[in-house]
Design a protein. Sequence first.
Length: 165
Amino acid sequence: MTQHDSAQHDHDGITEDREQRPPVYFTVLFYGLIIWGVAFSAFYLLSGWSSDTEFQEKMSRHEQAYQKTAPPQKKEPAAVTAPAIEQKSDDGGADLYAQLCAMCHGNEAKGGVGPDLTTAEYIHGKSETEVTESIAKGRPGGMPGFAGQLNDDQIEELVEYLLEL
Ligand code: HEC
């Protein structure tokens, strides 16, 4: 800081006031980062560590632990979901409706993606057979069929629920 005088250069009227040395923190940072970079690269090249093997190890540990606690669930996802619906079916069609239909037909069945189901007339007919068919087989305009997911009793409950709306 005291050597300014000797470090002054004059270039066409522009005075350059050069410090003799860069500040200490700069030097430390500069060499420090070089050393860190070399050490970092060396770690990857020489230690044999790889994120992939670490991931594989974690996965196999996780899989072993998982297989010990819950082996059958993995193979039969359908068996896991079906009883959940069956349990709820005791509460009648309203519950099934809320679970499976409300997302498209609205919470009040007043329509949404699917049509209003509280109307006196249905597009595809409002007789018990026709409504059963709408639910079981689906309708081309975006109504999925539920025959694979629900049993006949559950569909009947839904039909009763809809016809009472
Ligand atoms: C993915 C959205 C979606 C879901 C979920 C859905 N519906 Fe639909 N539903 C529709 C659409 C769209 C239509 C109109 C189809 C058409 O007109 O061709 C429809 C039509 C119907 C119809 C015939 C209506 C009419 O006017 O003829 C009935 C009945 C019905 N749905 C009942 C249900 C029931 C009960 C459930 C639940 C088990 C359900 N829907 C779940 C989208 C859905």
